[in-house]
Design a protein around this ligand. Structure first.
Ligand code: UT7
Length: 331
């Protein structure tokens, strides 16, 4: 019997309607469209404004998009993983709420948190469940409502992040398509450079820290930038080497959308044709766990069965890695 590989067999997405443009940000903080565009590549981001709606709202809608597109019965889904850095609530699983609300009543579910690498690491986890032979339908959702912990008075962070969600279904494949190889890493020494310090178990929020805005995300952009460029490019180059791939063999690079310059640096390291670099940061900004599935969603119609895709991500923690996957279907 041929080895079971784990293939992506469907994609869905959801983006909130409200568009926070660079022009609107100009009225909120001391910034300008030219700076944001040249330093990050971002033109606008989507923001979930409705009160009481959290990451699960984004995740549920992305999953429903996939379910409707593929015409699958949600009762056949066996596992729902919500990759997120912004769960709905403490103590209650966002994935459990999501799974029930999409009708995946036969599934077990859990959240997976690895900052901006959550979806990438989720691809590894989802694939392992499929490769084990135990499960045949694993739904992996990347969803983040970053606007819930952004300080819209801090120009160093509020220009970058947006809200959104993407979902993919993993199924067994017997033609050798799907996930081929992975190189995943983390280094906790990076934590001090990107974090929301208060509101977790180390430092619960107090009235004072709340008033000082210490529950908002803080980023030392330059340090994170340098580490992202070095590490994402490094693992991408290594995964090509160990799979005997040249830049000619690669169909697409799907890299975490944090900064256009970081994505271009990763592509340059392997001298990849810019036409093969997936890019949608201009439309959504950094949606953390949603960037990779949103790329697949936006480029799905251009993907062909057998396409060799290199995924790469870098995020808080630090966490980072690269995955080599062969696309399994024509749209
Ligand atoms: O997804 C998780 C991983 N995150 C990332 O990968 C993000 C990595 N970091 C970045 O993308 C970039 O560091 C930023 C986009 C956050 C910042 O870009 P930068 O080129 O590193 O700028 P900088 O922080 O070094 O600031 C350069 C200048 C400073 O002014 P001076 O000191 O040179 O006069 C800043 O005060 O730009 C100023 N500046 C701004 N100006 C206008 C910083 N933010 C802004 C702004 N608008 N929003």
């Amino acid at each position: 019997m041929s080895k079971i590989t784990a293939a992506i067999t469907g994609v869905g997405a959801y983006l909130p309607e409200y568009r926070l443009t660079n022009q609107i940000l100009e009225t909120m903080v001391d910034t300008n469209d030219e700076w944001i565009t040249t330093r990050t590549g971002i033109k606008e981001r989507r923001i979930l404004k409705e009160e009481g709606k959290g990451t699960s709202f984004l995740a549920i809608n992305a999953a429903k998009d996939l379910i409707n597109k593929k015409g699958i019965d949600p009762k056949d889904i066996e596992l729902v993983i919500v990759a997120t850095a912004t769960p709905d609530m403490k103590a209650a699983s966002t994935a459990a709420f999501t799974a029930t609300n999409i009708g995946a009543t036969n599934a077990f579910s859990f959240d997976l948190e690895a900052a901006c690498s959550s979806f990438l690491f989720g691809m590894s986890v989802a694939s392992s469940y499929i490769e084990s032979g135990k499960y045949k339908n694993v739904l992996l959702i990347g969803a983040d409502k970053n606007s819930s912990f952004i300080n819209y008075k801090d120009r160093a962070t509020c220009i970058i992040f947006g809200d959104g969600a993407g979902a993919v279904l993993f199924e067994p494949n017997h033609e050798g398509l799907g996930l081929q190889d992975e190189l995943l890493r983390s280094n906790g020494e990076g934590r001090e450079f990107l974090q929301a310090t208060y509101g977790g178990s180390s430092y619960p929020i107090t009235a004072d820290t709340f008033n000082e805005g210490k529950h908002y995300v803080f980023q030392e952009g330059k340090t994170v930038f340098k580490n992202a460029v070095f590490n994402m490019a490094d693992v991408t180059e290594r995964i090509l080497e160990r799979n005997n791939l040249t830049n000619e063999d690669i169909s697409w690079l799907a890299a975490h959308q944090a900064n256009k310059r970081i994505i271009e640096a990763t592509a340059n390291r392997i001298a990849l044709d810019p036409a093969k670099v997936m890019m949608n940061i201009h439309k959504y900004g950094n949606t953390t766990s949603a960037t990779l599935p949103l790329l697949l969603h936006d480029y799905e119609s251009q993907l062909k069965k057998g396409d060799k895709i290199i995924f790469a991500a870098f995020g808080g923690g630090f966490t980072w890695g690269s995955i080599y996957l062969k696309w399994a279907y024509n749209s």
